[in-house]
Design a binder for this molecule. Sequence first.
Ligand SMILES: [Zn+2]
Length: 652
Amino acid sequence: MHIPRLHPDTIEEVKQRADIIDVISEHVVLRKRGKDYVGLCPFHSEKSPSFTASQTKQMYYCFGCQAGGNAMKFLMDLEKRSFAEVVLDLARRYQVSVKTLEPEQRQELQRQLSLREQLYEVLATAAQFYQHALRYGGQKRPSEVPLVEATSGEKALQYLQSVRQLKEETIQQFGIGYAPAGWETLYRYLVEDKRYPVQLVEKAGLIKPRKEASGYYDVFRDRIIIPIHDVLGRVIGFGGRSLGDEQPKYLNSPETEVFIKGKTLFALDKAKAGISQQDQAVVVEGYFDAIALHAAGINNAIASLGTALSIEQVRQVLRYTDSKQLVLNFDADKAGTNATERAIGEIAELAYKGEVQLKILNLPDGKDADEYLQGREPEDYRQLLANAPLWLDWQIQQMTKERDLKQAADFQQVSGQMVKLLKNIANSDTRNYYISHCAEILSLGDTRLISLRVENLLTQIAPTRAFRKPTPVIKQQPVETEQSLDKSESSLLPIAEALLLQIYLHYPVYRGAIVDVLDERDLQFSLSHHRFLWRQILEISSGIDDDLISMVQDRCLEFPEEMSLVSHLFHLNEKTQKEIISRHDKLIQAATACIELVLREKRYRHLCQLFEQIDPEAEPEKWESYCKVFCQEKQQLQELERQRQFSLAELL
Ligand SMILES: [Zn+2]
């Protein structure tokens, strides 16, 4: 909308009244920590909070992506809106009267601002009407509700109770209603009885102008009505389901000023607390699937509105989870996997990048959640949920399903599909993990074939992507001359150091082992930001178990520069977690070996220089003692190479 220039007084007053914590809390779950607040940053993906907001300073700052500013900046960046739009929005919320530089524009402005408010109101009134119509036919109607067919509401209620097996409290909780069968019942109620302007009711998507004659007719007729709420619980639209076989079976409100399908998720207002508690969101296909899950106590369920999931929808949900876990539970119909694949839409990219932990749940016998729960315990569903495979694993399962890899044609097809999949994975750890996994499948249990399969997959993926081999790197002759100190040794150092710090931060149980090995071998972190972080850790870590990460972050508030270099260490992706859990001892050994190797190689080079200066004939004893030291050093280096045994670069 066009916004006239705002009076500086208005801007100033908005600044005074809009509280940053209040503003941010609408979009981010904030937790109080010390005198400030922390939460998951809405501007980048993260698993542990690096976004901080200060009430005293009225500023926010993210240690992960360096986003920062005041309340208005926050809304501008988050909602991609102009300064004036944000100021107006805040003015409305904090009841600041809006003055423009040109007084005559003021009325128009107020009109636009209040349109949304008016839409919310008429939609809420319509929702009440539908709810009444479900309860009271023509006979028992309260005086306000116009005459509707006596039996139709009962028919709808019966459908909800017997076909959908919904309890009274669920019908109430979701505000389910009924749109009477007549052409104008809602129209008459809202426009004639309630005196809402007809254009407003039309803008709310509730009525449509007749094509052939003058006048309007109701969009929803003889349908079960399910109100759709925004995340703040305001009614923004409706879904209508036909009672019989009339088509379409489901009809949604058209898009309006307040209802945009690609930005809305059904039941998110009711699920957000559950999502945050379970640290996981379940996305189902239909309204009744979500309703059935909530009725069964699975309160982290939401429904897409029949469209592919958009990045915006997913980001809305992920805001409430720390682990970014999203389980898609869509029908696996005869066509197999189409519904799931369609639904994934734009989020495939997020999943390949590792920004969302996407899992897929297909219920047995192609059932949807609503059907499945009829006659089963919620616990059964929870069990399936817990075992849902990651999307990548699920795709591999789909590829190999009903295939005989011993047959050349099947083998080729599957391996071709695998290559395609592997090419998509942007995160190199994840990709390497799946290369090994696919190679294993293609080896059909013959472990001698695995490395050959890995090679094959790599060559096929290689043309589009350059990356390193995930096979173990063992050098034959690690240290011969100075030239063999190739760059890869020192470029591994940051990775090794980061890995040790990550293990230390995320796994209290291995902390002792790390401190011991560093002390024992007198090792230091070489990179200054790692040393900085290590210092912070040592200063607070005695006796702290689980809260170390947040305490370190608190401490570092004053060092944004160092913090930006280490903040990625506060996060762990799932693959790294798996790696650490399965072979933490090897990893610690390899990482410390790598750190020590770099130090010792420096010393070795120094020794080389000294050694060259000695004349063996003039100083035979000195020369001999140097030789001894030299040999010892070389053995040590070889031993460290052995400990390092697999390349760390593949792990992190
Ligand atoms: Zn951020």
